[in-house]
Design a protein. Structure first.
Lengths: 323, 346
């Protein structure tokens, strides 16, 4: 695929805006300290979730990490239960038992997210195995970071997915920092995708802030997987604007040079793409404002729903420990 | 009742239940039959494990299954316990019913992260939306110098983890019925087998049946002392009872069958009658299941106790290799009997 039509372009922009505006709202309200859950924000990386999820069907699986908001929203997860979960309410997607790091919406294939680095790959490969054993044409998209690529579980999962030719899409989002450890301090080779190649998995590597580049790469990957040829690996270099956890930037703490952050902010995937579509006359400033307003309406409605939802009662403590 | 009967060896079965025309199977054959019937009756069931299609067939417990059901239902896998446990859990989250088989329980610590952080918690973290019907079989070795890394009984390591269930079946009847119950349970179940149980024979019905997880069984009725015995220690307790009987001590044996959930009621009821308790575990005492059961008795039946609770377990050392050291390392019927005499003041 090398063509992308107008509707698909607008869809990509809308997906990115959905993730961005949702998290900007979190940034705005977080200082009030009534959202009592650690938030790992995705701001700056939205092109990856949007470009990949644009190719996923409702029944395709997604497995993600502590930094999962963008993946869930781009896959189409229901917003109200997600916000209620952030506020620890009984109406939350996990009844207030999961918090920000364990969003779930199995109706759109989001089968849970893990806060243990390296946890998403095996579970996602297991989902791919389930799909293959049942003869279903489903893709299992697995999001993880550069940090997780050093975990043994990721290696083991790549190996087994390749061995069994499973329909697994590995999406490595390299944002160069694991908490605040630089990639160069942790990895001898910045080309993480080569590890997949060593296990006979086709792999690509590119900047992840260009949403159309992501979209085309994901298209090649998903086509490969759906045709039964086995897994595919995509490494996207991108950048997290905020600290590892919380609504603030971390350059003040000395976690990264401010100039580096400034440089990547100039390459903002959302505003860059918005400007591109306006200059290409795919859309207008006014139309984009309308999209934003529509998304914000949903965001505010979700916030209102969450805040008027009840907290779980004490009887919930022992429920759901077992099925 | 034939299904609760514990028989020490094959000839004992043949001279008793076998004479009544009941079918006897070894523990390994009972496991094999359970898995065969599960594979035949439910397409979502599959087995995976390192070398489960080997000529030995996991000490006979998976023998012939790979040939019968093929490599998609009975999968040999890479030596990558943690990743593959996660893969099995992921398949379970998506509706499959995997049975992951480890030839040694010593390999379970390799998959601690996926068992403890993921499989055990997924149902809770998703507010009950996504359960993990995963069974993990593992086998405790003993003897022939198996030593520190091939003979550990590690069920206690997992006993403190909410979300896991832990089965320690001691008879062929329970091995089959609890395996079927575990696969249908819907939760992650650690199915802990002891290698020395594999040759024991007992009555096993041909049809599929379930032995519910969380129900203890009384293996022997008695008045003077309760012996709560786990796994292989059930047989040691029976041997101890035969010694004690001659000395006028009438011991009761409770086999909890699962240690999570633990059937406290049956244990407490028994201890309330006898006033004395011994817990015999195949593992060490420190930080283990025997201490947990002792604490339950102390908390809930202290006023019924006529003597302190005693524990029989392994010394606080890794398993040694030398046969002379093994003899010292493993307590058995004699130690249980000695504890019972002490508690009964004899």
């Amino acid at each position: 695929m090398s063509e992308i039509d107008k509707a698909a372009k607008l869809h990509l922009l809308e997906l990115m805006l959905r993730a961005r505006l949702f998290e900007e709202k979190i940034v705005a309200v977080y200082p009030a300290q009534d959202m009592k859950t650690p938030v790992h924000l995705y701001i700056g990386q939205e092109a990856v979730a949007a470009g990949v999820c644009a190719h996923l069907r409702r029944e395709d699986y997604v497995f993600s990490t502590h930094r999962n908001h963008g993946h869930l929203l781009c896959k189409g997860a229901d917003l109200k239960p997600i916000v209620a979960e952030l506020y620890g309410r009984a109406t939350g997607c996990s009844k207030g038992k999961g918090g920000s790091m364990h969003f779930v919406d199995e109706k759109v294939g989001c089968m849970g997210t893990t806060a243990i680095v390296g946890g998403s790959a095996p579970l996602g490969v297991g989902a791919a195995l389930a799909a293959k054993l049942r003869g279903e044409n489903r893709v299992s998209a697995i999001f993880f970071g550069d940090g997780a690529s050093d975990e043994g579980t990721t290696y083991e999962s790549l190996s087994f997915a390749s061995l069994r030719k499973l329909p697994a899409l590995f999406v490595c989002e390299n944002n160069f920092y694991a908490t605040s450890s630089k990639q160069s301090a942790r990895q001898p080779c910045a080309e993480i995708y080569k590890r997949a190649e060593a296990l006979c998995i086709p792999a690509e590597h590119m900047e992840g802030n260009d949403v159309e580049a992501v979209y085309f790469a994901a298209s090649r990957a998903v086509e490969h997987i759906r045709s039964g040829k086995g897994p595919y690996f995509l490494q996207f270099d991108t950048y997290r604007w905020k600290g590892h956890v919380g609504p603030d930037c971390d350059y003040q703490k000395g976690c990264r040079p401010k100039e580096e952050l400034d440089e990547w902010m100039k390459r903002c995937p959302v505003s860059k793409y918005e400007a591109k579509l306006i200059s290409e006359k795919v859309t207008t400033f006014a139309s984009v404002e309308k999209i934003r307003a529509g998304i914000m309406e949903g965001v505010e409605a979700a916030w209102a729903f969450a805040k008027q939802s009840p907290y779980p009662g004490p009887e919930e403590i022992l429920r759901d420990v077992y099925k | 009742m034939p299904w609760t009967k514990v028989l020490i060896d094959k000839s004992e079965f043949e001279n008793t239940l076998g004479r009544e025309g009941l079918r006897g199977l070894t523990y390994r054959a009972a496991l094999l039959e359970a898995q065969t019937q599960l594979l035949e009756s439910d397409k979502s069931v599959f087995l995976l494990g390192e070398g489960i299609d080997d000529p030995g067939g996991v000490f006979g417990s998976t023998l012939g299954l790979a040939a019968k059901f093929g490599p998609d239902r009975v999968m040999d896998i890479p030596i990558a316990e943690n990743g593959l446990t996660g893969i099995a859990a992921g398949a379970a989250i998506c509706g499959m019913h995997p049975v992951f088989i480890h030839m040694r329980m010593d390999f379970l610590p390799m998959s601690m992260d996926q068992l403890v952080n993921h499989a055990a918690k997924w149902n809770y973290m998703t507010g009950g939306r996504l359960n993990v019907p995963l069974v993990v079989r593992s086998i405790v070795g003993r003897g022939w110098g198996s030593a520190a890394q091939h003979s550990q009984a590690l069920h206690g390591l997992f006993a403190g983890i909410p979300g896991l269930k832990i089965a320690v079946p001691s008879t062929p009847y329970d091995a089959k019925g609890m395996m079927i119950a575990a696969v249908r349970d819907g939760n992650p179940v650690l199915f802990c087998e002891h290698r020395w149980l594999y040759d024991f024979v007992g009555y096993v019905p041909e049809e599929m049946y379930e032995v519910p997880l969380g129900e203890a069984v009384t293996r022997r009725k008695g008045r003077d002392v309760t012996i709560v015995a786990l796994s292989l220690m059930v047989y040691e307790a029976i041997k101890a009872c035969r010694l004690l009987e001659k000395e006028g001590i009438d011991a009761e044996i409770i086999d909890p069958r699962t240690i999570r959930p633990l059937d406290e009621e049956t244990i407490l009821e028994s201890v309330s009658r006898t006033g004395r308790a011994i817990i015999a575990d195949t593992a060490g005492k420190t930080g283990g299941v025997s201490g947990e059961i002792a604490a339950v008795i102390a908390e809930k039946a202290f006023d019924k106790l006529k003597a302190p609770v005693m524990r029989i377990g392994l010394p606080d050392a890794p398993t040694p290799a030398s046969p002379e050291l093994e003899k010292v390392y493993y307590p058995g019927a004699n130690e249980i009997a000695a504890a019972a005499r002490k508690l009964c003041g004899k």
